[in-house]
Design a protein around this ligand. Structure first.
Ligand code: ATP
Length: 323
């Protein structure tokens, strides 16, 4: 293997830069050249690529976002788009790919590999932590700490005014962010897609008059919950309890930004290092992850078709601790 390509794809996540750095330096240390592909599959199709050296990734470990940029690319979903991408990769002598992204990005890499035989290895980069085959994804730890910081601040103002705050956090299909932030932030209620009873539990909480025993409440809602998000929950609660002083906050994209935490930097570095070693060992069409502290490789189709679920025991624990 003379040259590999590395790219970031799908939603950006803090720690992606640390991962790019690890991929580049591990490869170069092993005599493999690296091309950085900008804007994910879009850059692959448009030949937006740059040769990278150890120095190109200097001083990026601590930066949020991704220096390679990221994109979503409809054209890559078509065989014609992938054919253009493959021509560009061939012309540049790229013999294998490291894809940092989510499930969709893995699916793209798998399609390319199935059609053209180019070995690909995926690295889980998404703040949602919803990828199978790894305990944690790159960006998750930073995102929950950013959300927690905001919730601690909201708690101060909620306490001062005896208000109920409904705080919406990210988490499209999964409640990892909502649950962990709810536990760490001492929320009175946590509304996540995996728990079908959560809204009823919150209604029961206020119906019981538990609100009287506490001067304020913080309720965390995952954006992907089936109720539809924080606005919908606010309206339901307001209709039933017009006496409550309810405020709604959507934390939004601040959860994606910022300097990665130490945990994310270390995870990203390990995954980048292991991905290159995986390719050197001849692995292909797998996603690398860390499970119980050890590197682990999951075939792309297994990683794509399986879902990782929150720990329900933690849901129960959060309810007990909030009382
Ligand atoms: P995130 O979890 O942050 O959304 P993701 O990697 O799942 O990240 P997607 O938008 O689903 O993000 O996918 C990224 C890109 O991967 C798409 O824009 C598209 O170019 C490519 N892609 C996704 N699914 C496929 C597929 N089935 N075949 C080919 N390419 C795909």
């Amino acid at each position: 293997m003379d040259r590999i390509g590395v790219y970031t794809s799908g939603g950006d996540a803090p720690g992606m830069n640390a991962c790019v750095r690890a991929v580049v330096r591990t490869a170069i240390n092993n005599g493999i050249k690296v091309t950085g592909i900008r804007r994910g599959y879009e850059g692959m199709i448009e030949d937006d690529m740059v040769n990278m050296t150890s120095r190109s990734v200097a001083n990026i470990l601590q930066l949020g976002g991704t220096i390679l940029k990221t994109a979503r690319c409809e054209e890559f979903r078509t065989p014609e788009g992938r054919s253009k991408a493959m021509e560009n990769l061939k012309a540049r002598g790229i013999e294998a790919l490291v894809c940092i992204g989510g499930n969709g990005s893995y699916a793209g890499a798998l399609a390319l590999s199935q059609e053209y035989g180019i070995p690909c290895i995926g690295i889980p980069g998404t703040i949602d932590n919803d990828l199978y085959g790894t305990d944690f994804t790159i960006g998750y730890d930073t995102a929950i700490n950013t959300a927690l910081d905001a919730i601690d601040k909201i708690r101060d103002t909620a306490d001062s005014h005896n208000r109920v705050f409904i705080v919406e956090v990210m988490g499209r299909d999964a409640g990892f962010i909502g649950l962990d932030v709810g536990i760490a932030g001492g929320a009175e209620g946590i509304v996540i897609p995996e728990d079908r009873d959560d809204v009823e539990k919150i209604m029961r909480h206020f119906n019981r008059g538990d609100k009287r025993s506490k001067s304020f409440s913080i309720i965390i809602v995952a954006e992907g919950d089936e109720i539809g998000g924080s606005q919908e929950l606010t309206e339901r609660l307001r209709t039933l309890h017009p006496d409550l002083d309810i405020r709604t906050t959507v934390l939004g994209h601040i959860q994606r930004g910022g300097s990665p935490t130490a945990r994310d930097r270390i995870l990203a570095s390990r995954l980048g290092y292991e991905a290159v070693h995986g390719l050197m060992k001849g692995l292909k069409d797998v996603a690398v992850g860390i499970i119980n502290g050890s590197p682990n490789y999951t075939p792309f189709d297994t990683a794509i078709t399986n879902t990782k679920s929150v720990n329900y025991e933690l849901v129960r624990m959060a309810e007990v601790l909030a009382r």
